[in-house]
Design a protein around this ligand. Sequence first.
Ligand code: PHE
Length: 446
Amino acid sequence: MSEVVERWGSRRAFIIAVTGAAVGLGNIWRFPWMVGENGGSVFLLLYVAFVLLLGLPVMVAEILIGRAGRRTPMQALAFLAQEAGGSRHWRLLGLLGGITLFLILSFYAVVSGWSLEYLVDAFSGDFASRSPQEIGAAFDAFLASPGRVIINQTLFMVLTMSVVAFGVGSGLERLNNLLMPLLYLLLVVLVGYAATTTGFGTALRWLFWPDPQAITFMVVLNAMGHAFFTLAVGAGALMAYGAYMPEGQSVPRAVVTVALLDILVALLAGIAIFSIVFSQGMDPASGPGLMFVTLPVAFSQLPGGALWLGSFFILLLIATWTSSINLAEPMVAMLHSAGLRRVTSALLIGSGVWLVGLPSALSFSWLSDVQPIGGMTFFDLATTIPTDILLPVGGLLIAFFAVWVMDAPRAVQALSSNERFFVIWRQVTRWIAIPLLTLVLVGAMF
Ligand code: PHE
């Protein structure tokens, strides 16, 4: 159980890596889709509230454990538990996280593959001459062709694993740092365009004007799961990154920066996408294809649309790439620490995830009629269960571990912040985050 020796090159490098993990499909693809399915403003407000009340405290807990343990998640948990006189079995929490990440990555690679396909299509300029209906039909036709979907899924898996195999922290993070501001800029341009469309006002009202009647228990659960997903919290992924954190860097400051940026990107994407939805008379609840239909429609209206759209998909690809690397890293690090070579670990995890992702990839074609539970396809199950159930359960246990099990002096030291922040964080986690999380999860069982 030796300590890891790797460190991020600088404080900024850590923040960049965590932002890279957080900002991804969750913000640009999943958020608008979820807002649409869950009736708009109520989901959005709940999501923001959950990010602030649950996401932030749990994110602090998770990074703190990684940094205090300076080991891979399972080992860090076992080490810190033993040090505090607790049970070694806490390491099973690391395993639960590994399983969660495995399942998330399985569908993440499929959807990232869709954007790979769109990257090529976008530059070809095909979208410009098509009507919104034709663009929608083309997306459905693409999903219904197993070969194309699987080729892209495979390609994305290879991209991810070839970075993880050689250790994270170098080239790609720098690229990410350079290019992510461009993605934000493109989103701002899109929102600027959206402001000129007829749907802009409706979109703003629908997104921000609270409509209490839309609250149902499912909306609450979905919003909570999404808050964890988008912050990359609840499965030890950030625990693994925290282990490489340099001495002296303040955890709270890093975490607040990342969370605010994450909310901002989601809001920009939401405003842009729903303005288009309402100006084109589309259905907000169009499901996982929402982004893939609205964005080509929007960009095709701009001069030089093919170039804009193509650039957007390149930037999105980089955003999803850095997230998928974070999804894979803890699993690979765990196998590696068990004695396998990094390359072998990456190969094993990569093939396993790819295989388990196949049913999701085929859920819109050969397996569209296979609905194992409650009318849900494999894709629906893969996108729901790890996100809405496993991440919150993992987050609850991580928070519990950090505030009730771990040695307090250890935690204070690992935070690299003042004592006062520690006390506030611990009170909020103990008396707000943990009870609230438990309440929603228990409610979900009924
Ligand atoms: N936060 C990432 C996104 O929004 C997904 C993710 C989830 C990454 C869990 C790591 C761990 O796309």
